[in-house]
Design a protein around this ligand. Structure first.
Ligand SMILES: Cc1ncc(COP(=O)(O)O)c(C=O)c1O
Length: 405
């Protein structure tokens, strides 16, 4: 059993859990709204939301009820038959996005695997057998399964896992000229995060995504957005593409779609939506009734809460608090970047973002480090103004303690 205490540090071992994570040494037993509680009853204001997952916070009573009711009705039946929760969720996502068809799976990586397969099959069905290159951006993160990993531009994640699948290429992010040179007759798709999350919260520019749309149209490649982290309202509008005003041919979702239950989705429009035929792709659990019911309830609750406007206001407040900290401590931090409630506070060397995370636990705030050296803020989207001000106080105390060493 872990000893719960303020002052937890990173640990990599636990008797029978594989040591593939550097976990924080706290044992979280309960969550409520934007708060987490450890086994000693210590509370933590959660600015991570399970890595941009629990958009409506923890233990939302309506999600809990939807899950319980669905679990008592039908947990699993496989994709051999139709079931209402997945069908209704697909209808709702199509209606909200204006797209045509949805494939459900269980995670962000799997959603991107499906996107990669769809892009290749789409070209293949169109008679373009050589159009098979998946072009992705430098600094990208698309997941840890082999295809998604090959699309991910992070040598540390590749090391020791080669050979990776062939037919992947990377082009500089936010560089229109480089993209112009890279998209060609063998490009099946350009797969891009509208806001790169894991590399430290780096938004694409609108001009870049507009150019991507134009170039893909001109040269017959699909434009696919990975909205696994930045979608589902994190930037304000439900879908990230709406924020940028650029419509991809397909986009992927996962993380917060079901507010914490495992689900992923590939949402496609136009000709590409019919590229996959029976038997082409599949998964046992994808879109199973309980996560689908949770996702449907999530979408209903969003409407009631007017989350789009709330994220705009709360995001501006959090950004202002972070900007004030960065201004006061400009030898430690750069100015924040990001959109809505997906914000990054870059840490200047020799300071180390992970050190602030560990100290944050002493001050009752749950933080996260991403990329080379950035504090990433992806709190529940329901976070209140008072909680944001409270978070800023806790962050200031955390920073002071970290800098004292
Ligand atoms: C943009 C993006 N794509 C894909 C993934 C992979 O999702 P999962 O961890 O659910 O496989 C992540 C996870 O962080 C992500 O941020």
């Amino acid at each position: 059993m872990l000893q719960a205490s303020r002052g937890a540090r990173l640990v990599t071992t636990h008797p029978h859990l594989m040591a593939n994570y550097g976990r924080l040494e706290i044992n979280i037993v309960r969550g409520n709204g934007c708060w987490l509680y450890d086994e000693s009853g210590n509370s933590y204001l959660d600015l991570v939301a399970g890595i941009a997952v629990c958009a409506l916070g923890h233990a939302h009573p309506r999600i809990a009820r939807a899950v319980a009711e669905q679990a008592a009705t039908l947990v699993h039946v496989s994709n051999l038959v139709h079931h209402e929760p997945a069908g209704t969720l697909a209808d709702r996502l199509a209606e909200l996005s204006g797209f045509d068809a949805v494939f459900f799976c269980n995670s962000g990586s799997e959603a991107n695997e499906a996107a990669i397969k769809l892009a290749r099959k789409h070209a293949w069905r169109g008679g373009e057998r050589d159009r098979n290159v998946i072009l992705a951006a430098k600094g990208s993160f698309h997941g840890r399964t082999m295809g998604a990993l090959a699309a991910t531009d992070n040598p540390a994640y590749h090391e020791g896992f080669e050979p990776l699948p062939r037919g992947f290429a990377h082009v500089a992010f936010n560089d229109v000229a480089a993209l112009d040179a890279a998209i060609g007759p063998t490009t099946a798709c350009f797969l891009v995060e509208p806001v790169q999350g894991e590399s430290g919260v780096v938004p694409a520019t609108r001009e870049y995504l507009e150019a991507a749309r134009r170039l893909c149209d001109e040269r017959g490649a699909l434009l696919i957005f990975d909205e696994v982290q930045c979608g589902m309202g994190r930037l304000g509008p439900l879908f990230a593409f709406e924020h940028f005003g650029v419509k991809p041919d397909a986009f992927t979702l996962a993380k917060s779609l079901a507010n914490g239950l495992p689900i992923g989705a590939l949402v496609v429009r136009g000709d590409a939506a019919s590229s996959l035929k029976p038997g082409d792709h599949g998964t046992t659990f994808g879109g199973s009734p309980v996560p689908a019911a949770a996702a449907l309830e999530h979408l209903k609750i969003r409407d009631v809460l007017d989350l789009e406007e709330h994220v705009r206001v709360a995001g501006a407040l959090l950004r202002a608090e972070l900007a004030a900290i960065a201004t006061e401590l400009d030898t430690v931090f750069e100015q924040p970047r990001g959109i809505g409630l997906m914000l990054g506070l870059p840490v200047r060397e020799p300071h180390v973002a992970k050190d602030f995370v560990a100290h944050g636990l002493d001050h009752g705030v749950f933080l996260n480090a991403a990329g080379r050296n950035t504090l990433r803020f992806v709190p529940p989207l329901i976070i209140s103004a008072d909680e944001i001000r409270d978070a800023a106080q806790r962050l200031r105390a955390t920073i002071a303690a970290t800098l004292r060493g």
